[in-house]
Design a protein around this ligand. Structure first.
Ligand code: PLP
Length: 451
């Protein structure tokens, strides 16, 4: 541990602007360099300083089959040897078609998700943008151009583009752009039992209160003016793996149906098996209209994401303009699709989702046994291999740390110095709540490493 602490400490450098190598790349910080990674294999990342880090968060819940997988590499190279790029205005490759069919396929006895088509793009933000536009086009083609509003939740994150940021409430990321974001977005309360469920309320009653709030927001805007409601089934980076109370998404589905409003679920972080089922929404037994997926789709081996589109939307577009009025240069990219397909085949063949559900029970027990008595650990929650540990200053009152204390970031730094990567979130959303770290290792992490 001391060796790791020394080598990770050595690896922390301040940006040296006199060194040519440090000048060109726009890092996240303009004054600090991130750690340089020279290789990665399985659940470990190897730094140029010589330290090896256990990737306990798979990047940001991305690397579902770990790093350096040779089968994925071979599939990627094979596709490059066949064809590395085509423009989708005129062409398609079997890798994109096969990936769409593979991920939409419902295995015998599997969950009927009702999703019919996949639109592939490059990042989670692009997938949510595409879903926001698809939803608008769905109503436009039915002669309802007055539908201009999106409803989202506070303490949510859907991406970094202007549109996906507009429906997000990650305040630190929004602040400089607040005045240029889309104005036609309303926010309702997050489903956040740890902070908001009243002592006198059951889980079902709390869910009912949130649904009533959503419905009254729909009525305030006028439901005939609303396009969609967007939500993460299990909230990732803004709160730290927060599942909704039981019955919440069933109620959301009912209220959306009552007013003909589309339900757009963002499974970019929590989807593709991460929570122990293929989609997190399966656990609430609902069928969404649009689903955005990313991260685990290619497990980080290629930048690819998708919007999964229900039959209802496909049918309206087919009967109307017969096209999705969108289009990316790298849409359905042959190589990224081949890479993602290789990852998904491994997940299915090795039963990694079932494994995730089982290991998730073990992880839950280990986290609770190890940390629930810690002075500043307020709440431990999650599903599958997607767990958040939330920190508070006072466990009895749930008083939070000041945003400037960066508690989650400090925990991340300490863990890193001991050779473990966890993913931090700051207590800066809605002022104070949700100071956490996420534990989300590769789904094929060994039991020894998990321990
Ligand atoms: N939606 C959710 C739930 C996410 O967690 C993220 C990224 O963290 C995004 C959307 C945006 O994805 P990307 O960073 O690939 O654009």
């Amino acid at each position: 541990k001391d060796d790791i602490a020394n080598t990770t400490a050595e690896a922390t450098k301040t940006l040296d602007l006199t060194k040519e190598k440090d000048v060109g790349l726009m890092h996240r910080s303009l004054v600090e360099l991130p750690y340089e990674v020279v290789s990665a294999s399985g659940s470990y990342i190897h730094l140029s300083s010589g330290a090896s880090i256990l990737d306990g968060c798979a990047g940001a819940a991305v690397a579902i089959v770990g790093h350096g997988n040779k089968e994925v590499l071979a599939a990627t190279v094979a596709q490059m040897e066949k064809v590395s790029y085509i423009h989708t205005a005129s062409y398609v490759t079997s890798s994109a078609e096969d990936l769409a069919n593979f991920i939409l396929e419902v295995p015998p006895g599997g969950f009927q998700h009702g999703l019919e088509k996949a639109y592939f793009c490059g990042s989670g933000s692009e997938a949510n943008d595409a879903a926001l536009k698809l939803a608008r086009q769905y109503f436009f083609e039915q002669g309802q151009p007055q539908r201009k509003w999106y409803v989202s939740r506070r303490q949510s994150y859907h991406g970094t583009s202007i549109a996906s940021m507009s429906v997000s409430s990650n305040l630190p990321r929004r602040i400089p752009y607040q005045d240029i974001l889309m104005p036609n977005v309303a926010f309702v309360s997050p489903a956040y039992a740890y902070h908001d469920q009243r002592a006198t309320e059951t889980e079902e009653e709390y869910a009912g209160r949130l649904i009533a709030e959503l419905e009254s927001e729909f009525q305030r805007i006028g439901p005939e003016n609303i396009i969609s409601f967007i939500a993460e089934p299990i909230v990732g980076a803004t709160s730290g793996c927060v599942p909704a109370p039981k019955g919440y998404f069933t109620g959301v589905r009912q209220v959306c149906d009552k007013y003909g409003i589309l339900l757009h679920l963002d499974e970019i972080m929590c989807g593709m098996g991460r929570t122990g089922t293929y989609f997190a929404f399966e656990q609430e037994d609902i069928q969404p209209d649009l689903v955005a997926i990313g991260k685990g789709l290619s497990g980080g081996y290629a930048p690819v994401s998708a919007v999964l589109i229900s039959k209802k939307i496909v049918d309206v577009l087919k009967a109307g303009s017969a096209a999705f009025n969108h289009g990316h240069t790298y849409q359905s990219h042959p190589v990224t699709c081949a890479t993602a397909l290789a990852v998904q085949r491994i997940v299915r063949r090795e039963n990694l989702i079932q494994r995730c559900a089982l290991l998730g029970m073990l992880l839950e027990k280990m986290l609770i046994d190890a940390f629930s008595d810690c002075r500043f650990v307020g709440n431990i929650r999650g599903r599958g291999l997607f767990w958040g540990i939330e920190f508070v200053k006072d466990k009895a009152t749930k008083e939070t740390f000041a945003p400037s204390q960066h508690f989650g970031y400090n925990v991340q730094q300490k863990a890193f110095k001991l050779g473990l990567a966890v993913y931090p979130g700051a207590a800066t959303v809605d002022g104070v709540r949700g100071d956490h770290v996420i534990v989300a290792p590769p789904l094929n992490i060994s039991v020894v490493d998990l321990g």
